[in-house]
Ligand binder design. Structure first.
Ligand code: F6R
Length: 262
């Protein structure tokens, strides 16, 4: 893992957007994995600025990590809507190339299998952008998720429903109980992964992901197995890391090209 600690959330967004742009540059049909939630918003805003200045993502495909079960796609908090608002429109993506798991499907298992097949058919994800839950989840792979899991139905953790209540009028009870999520095994198949985290509330999860034992209790720790995992965090989210000195030293002395996300 490459750990990049930056001063504040704005710097995290700028750096992450630049890494994504560099990764996708020159690919005729780039494939971007996208997350919802608050963490990636600064990255999307910076990517939108790059698009405004000439980055062309009109041929890019995008795959969302997850979707709530039981919300109509047009519900403002359904990830279909959230991705359209925060990613598809500002980044100038072709809506026909933007995929979100179908949480409104009559057959959810078939919808999950279709989603895996669609990722495969696109040639896999070039760079998967991730946030991290305060409980260490990635996507909606809650603690205890199989490290080999693929896209499937999951039950959200009570902590996640409380954390996401802010999107549902402050009511944890209004947050759906179930979701479809790419599995940890699905995420690990992305050619590269880029996790962004900001704020003190993520410090313990970031430390467990980077420095804790590999295990299902901290699903994000599975990224320790990925060959090309970059973690970009602000000072607050980095505040529980024990080996900060090394991460900064390694960043400042990176062999040229060693961490290119190509
Ligand atoms: C979102 C997702 C989640 C979030 C995580 C952090 O698609 O899959 O893993 O990335 O819950 O959420 P925020 O960024 O809102 O703190």
């Amino acid at each position: 893992m490459e750990i990049i600690v930056l001063s504040d959330p704005a710097a995290v967004g700028r750096h992450a957007a630049r890494l994504i742009a560099d990764t996708l540059a020159g690919k005729p049909d780039p494939v971007l994995g996208v997350a919802t939630g608050s963490s990636p918003l600064a990255t999307y805003a910076e990517l939108a600025a790059l698009v405004h200045n000439g980055l062309d993502l009109s041929r890019a495909s995008a795959f969302a990590l997850d979707e709530y079960v039981g919300l109509a796609p047009a519900h403002p908090e359904a990830y279909h809507s959230v991705i359209h608002r925060t990613v598809t429109v500002p980044l100038g993506l072709d809506p026909a190339r933007v995929h979100v798991p179908n949480g409104a499907a009559a057959d959810l298992r078939a919808a999950c299998a279709d989603y895996e097949a669609a990722i495969e058919a696109a040639g896999g994800i070039d760079v998967q952008l991730l946030g991290i839950g305060a409980n260490g989840h990635i996507g909606f792979n809650e603690p205890g998720s199989s490290l080999g899991s693929r896209t499937r139905v999951k039950t959200l953790a009570p902590r996640t429903r409380r954390d996401n209540a802010r999107f549902f009028g402050g009511e944890a009870e209004a947050v759906p109980v179930h979701c479809l999520t790419q599995g940890i095994g699905t995420i690990l198949r992305a050619h590269s992964v880029l996790l962004v985290a900001t704020g003190e509330s993520k410090a313990a999860a970031v430390a467990a992901m980077v420095e804790g034992p590999l295990g299902a209790f901290c699903p994000a720790s599975a990224l320790q197995l990925h060959e090309r995992a970059t973690v970009v965090v602000d000072e607050a989210a980095a505040s529980s890391l024990r080996d900060r000195e090394y991460y900064d030293f390694a960043r400042d002395n990176a062999p040229k090209g060693a961490f290119d996300l190509d």
